[in-house]
Design a protein around this ligand. Structure first.
Ligand code: GLU
Length: 446
């Protein structure tokens, strides 16, 4: 790492003790932007990097609620408003027991550059809670969401901060959150949250956007290497929103997704995952993958407690959670013939894993670029809400496709400009960083 950046990084470590995921996310960006500082001394003079690493505002709050047994439960809520140089803070809410400040800050930090890369007017933020939705009734989830919003509402707004979903927060939760916001404020402010249902201000393709967008990005990477999804063997990790719509789009483009996973294990289905059945099991019944394998019959097998990355494939699309591909997993994948990786989740590959893929010449699309379709389509939802309009599915999907193609082109062009051809990590970090840095310079010391 560049000497000046290394000193900044040491300071980040000192000022944010124990927040290891945040450290990892900062390090990855700082390792990429060294060459930019040579070309742009004005960034260092204005301490842009030090400023970017410090959130504009961090909110931590108590979330009390009552479970179905009448017992009081207390969770912790977070919203980190990281950077508003390009637009209102924008980023999802994650409800998962692993959530603490370090996770929210890593996600919020990544979101700044991801959102910058989309070219749309959105700043970076993220929030969530250590609430565990697993095993909770719909009523409990509703009461939790209502309590969460009872504090959050005063911090958000169409022009201030616009949350959405992430792990554990889908359309159902967004509905409960929006309902409570509307009730407290007496305002039907559709643009205050995205990922809404179609019946109350949601946008076509938002549900599908992260998975579809990631697939479009990988399609572009394959195209750049003179190939396509057609007939390719693909492994997708996860079985949530991102994984499901990745599997759907890969199949539409001619790829064969042979495996996907959840926290209980993975399912191997050589005939290609049946998306309709997967949706039924995971979305409608909120069940586990062993149930998929049982009902699918034929060759499908459920493999409990093992990593899906032991399944060989040509394309890997990690769509579960952070640090799910270790250096060793990456080596296994490369040995098994993997030629392309598209990160549907945020930071699913460890730094060692990224190194293994890049040294092996694998086309590696980092989350900031590859999964930006979700938040980009959220920006389109905001645009439709602001103009009280709603677009067709076909038009919205075309917009998403154009955005992903454009991000792919800019990653490659930026990597070329800095003498690192084919390095999507450098391209994404540098392009996202420059956009935010230029806006921060223009706005003065704020
Ligand atoms: N949670 C998603 C992400 O990681 C979407 C955020 C949004 O739509 O605001 O980008």
């Amino acid at each position: 790492m560049h000497e000046k950046l290394s000193a900044i990084y040491d300071n980040v470590l000192r000022r944010n003790p124990g927040e290891i995921e945040f450290h990892q996310a900062v390090r990855e960006v700082l390792e990429s932007i060294g060459p930019v500082l040579g070309k742009h001394p004005e960034y260092a003079e204005s301490k842009i990097i030090e400023r970017i690493c410090e959130p504009e505002r961090q909110i931590i709050f108590r979330v009390p609620w009552e479970d179905d047994q009448g017992e009081v439960q207390i969770n912790r809520g977070f919203r980190v408003e990281f950077n508003s140089a390009l637009g209102p803070y924008k980023g999802g809410l994650r409800f998962h027991p692993s959530v603490y400040l370090g996770i929210v800050k890593f996600l919020g930090f990544e979101q700044i550059f991801k959102n910058g890369l989309t070219g749309l007017p959105i700043g970076g933020g993220k929030g969530g809670s250590d609430f565990d939705p697993k095993g909770r009734s719909e009523r409990e989830v509703m009461r939790f969401c209502q309590s969460f919003m009872t504090e959050l509402y005063r911090h958000i707004g169409e022009y201030t901060d616009v949350p959405a979903g992430d792990i554990g927060v889908g359309q159902r939760e967004v509905g409960f959150l929006f309902g409570q916001y509307k009730r407290i404020t007496n305002r039907y402010e559709s643009g205050v949250i995205t990922g809404k249902g179609l019946s109350y201000g949601g946008a076509q393709v938002r549900t599908e956007a992260t998975g579809y967008g990631c697939t479009f990005f990988v399609e572009e990477m394959l195209k750049a290497r003179g190939t396509s999804f057609d007939g390719k063997r693909v492994v997708v990790s996860g079985a949530g929103n991102v994984a499901i719509y990745t599997i759907e789009k890969v199949a539409q483009l001619g790829g064969v997704v042979v495996a996907c996973s959840d926290s209980s294990g993975y399912v191997l289905d050589e005939g290609g995952i049946d998306v309709a059945l997967l949706k039924q099991v995971k979305q409608v019944e909120r069940g586990r993958l062993d149930s998929y394998a049982k009902r699918r019959g034929g060759e499908a097998v459920f493999v409990p407690g093992r990593s899906v990355w032991e399944v060989s494939c040509e394309v890997a699309m990690p769509s579960a959670t952070q640090n799910e591909i270790t250096g060793r997993d990456a080596e296994t994948l490369v040995r098994g013939g993997c030629v392309a990786v598209g990160e549907g989740a945020n930071m699913p590959t460890t730094p060692e894993g990224v190194r293994v893929f890049q040294e092996a010449g694998v086309a590696f699309g980092p989350g900031k670029a590859a999964n930006a379709g979700g938040v980009a389509t959220s920006a389109l939802e905001m645009q439709q809400n602001a103009s009280r309009d709603s677009w067709s599915f076909e038009y919205s999907e075309q917009r998403l496709r154009d955005i992903m193609t454009d991000i792919h082109t800019r990653c490659l062009a930026t990597a070329d400009e800095y003498g690192m051809p084919g390095d999507y990590v450098a391209g994404a970090n540098i392009d996202g960083f420059r956009r935010v840095a230029d806006a921060m310079l223009a706005l003065g010391l704020v």
